[in-house]
Design a protein around this ligand. Structure first.
Ligand code: SAH
Length: 271
């Protein structure tokens, strides 16, 4: 988009545009769009991913917050808009109703602004019409999302997201792939919702309480950290029924064990 090289990226919207065409093509290849897929891109920016997607799809929607960017996109994709191939929503993705555009099978892609990435992931977990999501995030955040037990990166984010999604890292993306160049490296993560019958049975509020309490004191044993919110004898009984060693620490408990714990525990008046 050479005619727009004088566009100045806005920091407040976390604008770091992809400029490395090898990486851009790799992302699309891994995303693997099919011509009839219902896809929405969050934060299309100057269209690095958008223009390839549009070529490969019958129809594409994007949600973008920045009016100046939208004007550029409207100009660039004039004919696709006129032919009803391309729709731009001017909106904050954190408030956008993703249910409104699609009943089922929605695919989401986006090179997300770092400042909204975690809240957006939690916001999107409210929608059950999503087939898969592919996001560019800070590499460190991706490390935490995909972390397995017994390692330093394993924490609240890992448990809360892995309980809903199968999470995997697809590609490391160095900071040189962007303009302006961010301070940190990035990576592409793929999130696929787990079996809805399984997810439906999870009380995420309760799970979050348990996981937050456990990881807030990650050096303590699970018995000590959780006895802040759960009566100790009841906790000992519950952990033993679930075969969870009371001397384990938060990072040694698997996602499935946290889920079991959240199903078994009944909160009395301690919380
Ligand atoms: N996808 C492009 C741009 C990435 S920069 C590329 O890879 O080059 C992030 C984009 O997200 C910018 O276009 C920014 O304006 C947009 N954005 C920032 N906050 C947003 C929000 N809350 N909702 C929707 N879009 C947002």
């Amino acid at each position: 988009m050479t005619q727009y090289t004088n566009y100045y990226a806005k920091k407040r919207f976390g604008q770091n545009f992809l400029i490395n065409s090898f990486i851009i093509n790799e992302i699309i290849r891994l995303f693997n769009p099919n011509i009839n897929d219902h896809i929405i891109e969050i934060g299309p920016g100057l269209g690095a991913l958008t223009k390839i997607l549009i070529k490969q799809l019958n129809y594409l929607e994007v949600v973008e917050i920045d009016r100046d960017i939208i004007k550029i996109l409207q100009h660039e994709f004039k004919s696709e808009i006129a032919n009803n191939k391309f729709v731009i929503y001017e909106a904050d993705a954190l408030k956008f109703d993703f249910n409104n555009i699609c009943n089922d099978g929605l695919r989401i892609i986006g090179n997300l602004p770092y400042n909204i990435s975690t809240p957006l992931l939690f916001y999107l977990s409210n929608f059950n019409n999503i087939k898969d999501m592919h996001f560019m995030l800070q590499n460190e955040v991706v490390n935490r999302i995909i972390a397995r037990p017994d390692c330093h990166d394993y924490g609240r984010l890992s448990v809360m997201l892995q309980s809903r999604y199968d999470c995997c890292r697809l590609l490391f993306v160095g900071k040189d792939a962007f303009d302006p160049k961010p301070k940190v490296d990035s990576a592409i993560v793929r999130l696929i919702p787990r079996d809805p019958n399984l997810v439906m049975q999870i009380d995420f509020k309760k799970l979050n309480m348990i996981v937050t309490s456990a990881f807030n004191q990650r050096r303590k044993t699970i018995l000590n950290s959780l006895s802040k919110i759960i009566e100790k004898d009841y906790l000992i009984d519950t952990l033993s029924q679930l075969n969870i060693d009371t001397t384990k620490r938060a990072e040694n408990i698997t996602v499935d064990e946290y889920i079991l714990l959240s199903k078994k525990i009944i909160f009395f008046n301690k919380v």
